[in-house]
Design a protein around this ligand. Structure first.
Ligand SMILES: [Zn+2]
Ligand SMILES: [Zn+2]
Length: 406
């Protein structure tokens, strides 16, 4: 989980939209989209977008919003503001489409909630609250549709509500959205029906939609927004990195004027596990070795499960400079929150794993290892600081215990 930090200064360089130009033109030509919150033209958001676009921060970094209590990833912020171009851009840059915010809401849940909350206010009284611009409802609906078509989870349950129960509860039924949700697999047997008032005609219409729904979820369109299906685009193999996007080498120049000129070739590859598009430098894979302690923990967990230990896989994981940031997550074995503490206990008792390391590793959700210059310095320093704090805490406890003769 990324940590929060202060927003960068307003002087951050202007960030060109990381989207196909035709798509961007089309979006901005739509008066409903153009009349709303457009992060591309606001210096605060532009700075945050820039940090993500050059990959100085992970795309799922949680940002505090100026003057507001809300904190979120840029995709969650896009859903909150009904900022369609920003939602497109973050999906293009590989945002986790189902990341939950401090209230446990996914971007889709946020967008649907915005639509149905607006429904409580008569149109002539809008905008009744700050940050709600005219046309917010239709824009939030566009964001919701994009997220659904990009295969966001349509069955998230929060406080006994689902996206479908929220839309069914609304006074004005958004039938196109209800239909899209059902077509993409929204289940009607989840969440509470308390307060849902439906006339016979509406009930009939919903059961008809449920009856007619396709057996399989409609295929996902490629998140590069080429308008082709994922399976026919990036899902098929690496594609060229767009010339007008920021160069993944973090130079803050566009690819055409940077690595491309120096004959350093970047590709966009599909990461099936995380279901995102990632840049990949063709000729120069970099290996991040695991630390000895982490290797011992993984071996311990694998031993318990009886899974073989492919040494090569454990000691080297292919990565590259910007990819290193996104690959800091825990190795899958260490995400086992039941087995991890058990194995740690045994390993720490036999002194196979350093005690302070073992204590701290159970508290962090990234993969602790030497990073060298493979991730941005500031980012690595932040991680190291947090980890060392856990180590210090443990050392303090150990010292206290020994003073007490325990
Ligand atoms: Zn594609
Ligand atoms: Zn470059």
């Amino acid at each position: 989980m990324p940590t929060t930090r202060r927003a960068p200064s307003m002087s951050a360089s202007k960030c060109p939209p990381q989207l196909p130009r035709t798509l961007l033109r089309e979006l901005l030509r739509d008066p409903v989209v153009a009349g709303g919150h457009i992060s591309f033209s606001q210096s605060e958001y532009d700075g945050l977008r820039g940090e993500v676009a050059i990959r100085a921060q992970p795309v799922d970094h949680i940002w505090p919003l100026g003057g507001m209590a809300y904190q979120g990833t840029l995709l969650q912020i896009a859903a909150t503001m009904g900022d369609l171009p920003l939602a497109y851009e973050m999906i293009r840059l590989g945002a986790n489409i189902n990341a939950t915010d401090q209230f446990g809401r996914t971007p889709l849940f946020i967008a649907v909630q915005a639509i149905t909350t607006l429904d409580l206010f008569p149109e002539e009284h809008q905008p009744p609250v700050p940050n709600i611009l005219p046309g917010m409802g239709p824009r939030s609906k566009m964001v919701a549709s994009l997220l659904i078509e990009q295969h966001a989870d349509v069955n998230v349950i929060l406080n006994n509500e689902t996206c479908l129960t929220l839309t069914m509860r609304a006074k004005v039924k958004q039938w196109d959205l209800i239909e899209l949700l059902i077509t993409h697999g929204a289940r009607e047997d989840l969440g509470t029906r308390n307060g849902v008032v439906q006339c016979a005609e509406e009930k009939e219409r919903i059961s008809e939609l449920l009856r007619m729904r396709p057996k399989k979820r409609p295929p996902r369109l490629c998140p590069c927004f080429s308008r082709r299906l994922l399976a026919d685009c990036h899902g098929k193999g690496p594609r060229p990195f767009p010339y007008h996007f920021f160069c993944p080498c973090q130079s803050r120049s566009v690819y055409a004027k940077c690595c491309k000129k120096r004959k350093v070739s970047w590709r966009d590859v599909w990461n099936e596990e995380r279901r995102i598009i990632e840049p990949w430098r063709k000729e120069m894979p970099i290996y991040l070795p695991l630390s000895q302690d982490a290797t011992n923990i993984i071996s311990g967990i694998r031993r318990v499960y009886g899974t073989p230990i492919p040494v090569t896989e454990m000691v080297r994981r292919r990565t590259d400079v910007p990819l290193a940031v996104t690959q800091l997550g825990l190795p899958p074995e260490m995400e086992d929150r039941v087995m991890l503490p058990l194995c740690l206990c045994t390993l720490m008792r036999s002194e196979s794993v350093d005690r302070a390391f073992g204590f701290a590793v159970a508290k962090v959700v990234w993969h602790v290892r030497p990073l060298g210059r493979k991730v941005p310095k500031k980012y690595a320093a932040g991680l190291a600081r947090a980890f060392n704090k856990h180590v210090d805490d443990e050392v303090r406890i150990l010292v206290w215990c020994s003073l007490q003769g325990l």
